[in-house]
Design a protein around this ligand. Structure first.
Ligand code: RB5
Length: 144
């Protein structure tokens, strides 16, 4: 990955994991843009999905990380935006395929289902895997 800027956002259920991943991103040489939330006080995940979409659309960040309790709501909300291809990834293989075949630009994680260690591994694969293009590019183009 050329661009080391990575946007990251969560709702309250993903806050703790977000903080772990921000530390991990710093330690790994990335520049995280933290879009919130900033505590475990209950918030609405669509707000943070939209924040992410705006950052991706403006090209402030090329790739992003979204976290809610299951990863489901925040990925559904993010995918309402044409510039976002958010993939809910439960393991490294999901992250690998999401980049190689789907050119996903946002990885969605389940704050209540993956451990920080699993999440770091998923994020590492996601950030270090390139889109394969070819026949997959044709399919991705059909989405937009
Ligand atoms: C919040 O309790 C929870 O519903 C939210 O984090 C997410 O899992 C929704 O999809």
């Amino acid at each position: 990955m050329q661009n080391k800027i990575v946007a990251i956002a969560s709702d309250h259920a993903g806050f703790s994991l977000k903080q772990s991943l921000i530390e991990y991103l710093h330690d790994s040489g990335y520049i995280p843009i933290d879009l919130g939330t900033n505590s475990e006080e209950s918030v609405d995940y669509p707000v943070y999905a939209l924040e992410m979409a705006q950052v991706i659309e403006s090209r402030e960040a090329e790739l992003g990380i979204l976290i809610c309790g299951t990863g489901i709501g925040i990925s559904i909300a993010a995918n309402r935006n044409i510039c976002v291809r958010a993939a809910l990834c439960r393991d490294d293989e999901d992250a690998d395929m999401a980049r190689k075949h789907n050119d996903a630009n946002v990885v969605a994680l389940a704050g209540r289902r993956v451990t920080p260690s699993q999440a770091k591994s998923i994020v590492s694969v996601f950030l270090n895997t390139d889109f394969e293009g070819g026949r997959h590019a044709r399919r991705v183009e059909q989405i937009s």
